[in-house]
Design a protein around this ligand. Structure first.
Ligand code: GLU
Length: 319
């Protein structure tokens, strides 16, 4: 495997995955997202050595949606600490759809984990209580390696206007003491972090930081503490792909997080960060084309975390 081959493998991954797009649907519960062309498909890879590969619609902007939940978690852990964060959210996969609030009433007032909507809203409440959104956004700039990243105002307004299920969860959690700050301030922060507009190169940059032990390959700066990185990546394995995280772990085997905007980040330890985008979603809310691109790359490049040593070594030795 050499660099030229990696370029070719990525292009093949994209072409092989296009056929699945017709089985998927764009997210329409956020009206602004329903306008996106479902046939878009793009991907970027950045290796820890700094080589970049792109294919398809990689320059197309889309909103991070739930991918942002990994960044807000890391931000909250770094600034507020583990005890505070995990006093408000659990660490367990829920097995329920991302927008379910059933367990808040029947199981525990703490949302199961920080990647379902209720958990991410609880974390957003902690952050919004002490920080301005621009402080969070500047962390996004560092992770993605681009200072011009901003929110998509139309998507923000669309979700803020229609996100009544999220609003209900937030008020429910205010009632049970999980959210202690102002609910509308919390929701504004949450909808804004979901509306941050990126492309797959930005996502690959961020996932390369995850793959590279928390250190930005462009500057050499540590952006994420090791202990926090371990927590974030473990939760990505167990809860990152909605209620199909178990199947994804078997079929792809990389820490990953998807969002209903069609993006997915995935990282292969000490090798590369990957960002993919395809707005046609499967019934769980994962990009259908993006999922297949990652499965293709994992199988061809031996990226599964339990891939046999042989294929991993070939890859490392020759790239
Ligand atoms: N902003 C979206 C929501 O709250 C995020 C969902 C997602 O990407 O999973 O419904």
């Amino acid at each position: 495997m050499n660099i030229q081959n990696l370029d070719e493998v990525l292009r093949n991954a994209l072409e092989d995955s296009r056929k699945y797009i017709r089985e998927g649907k764009v997210a329409s519960y956020i009206p602004e997202l329903a306008k996106v062309d479902k046939n878009l498909l793009g991907a970027s890879i950045i290796t820890v050595d700094g080589d970049r590969f792109h294919a398809g619609d990689w320059q197309h902007d889309f909103t991070m949606q739930s991918i942002s939940k990994t960044i807000s978690l890391v931000f909250a852990l770094q600034h507020l600490g583990k005890e505070i964060v995990f006093s408000k959210v659990g660490m367990e996969p829920s097995g329920d759809p991302f927008n379910s609030m059933a367990r808040l009433e029947t199981k525990s007032k703490c949302p199961s984990n920080p990647f379902i909507n209720a958990g991410a809203i609880a974390v957003a409440g902690l952050i919004a209580d002490k920080f301005e959104f621009k402080e969070y956004l500047s962390f996004v700039h560092k992770l993605c390696g681009r200072n011009s990243i901003d929110i998509d105002k139309n998507v923000f307004e669309s979700e803020n206007r229609t996100g009544m299920l999220n609003r209900s969860m937030a008020y429910f959690m205010k009632n049970s003491g999980i959210i202690e700050t102002d609910v509308e301030k919390t929701l504004e922060f949450y909808f804004k972090m979901c509306s941050v507009k990126v492309n797959t190169n930005d996502l690959a940059n961020y996932s390369c930081v995850l793959a590279n032990g928390g250190i930005d390959i462009n500057t050499g700066n540590r952006l994420i503490d090791s202990e926090i990185l371990k927590i974030a990546k473990t939760l990505m394995v167990t809860c990152g792909m909605y209620d199909s995280s178990g199947e994804f772990a078997i079929r792809v085997g990389m820490p990953a997080k998807s969002g209903v905007g069609g993006g997915i980040i995935a990282c292969s330890e000490n090798k590369m960060g990957i960002g993919v985008f395809g707005p046609a979603l499967d019934e769980k809310g994962n990009s259908i084309g993006g999922y297949h691109i990652l499965e293709f790359l994992s199988s061809k490049l031996g990226l599964h975390y339990f891939s046999n040593e042989f294929s991993s070594k070939i890859f490392i030795a020759s790239v």
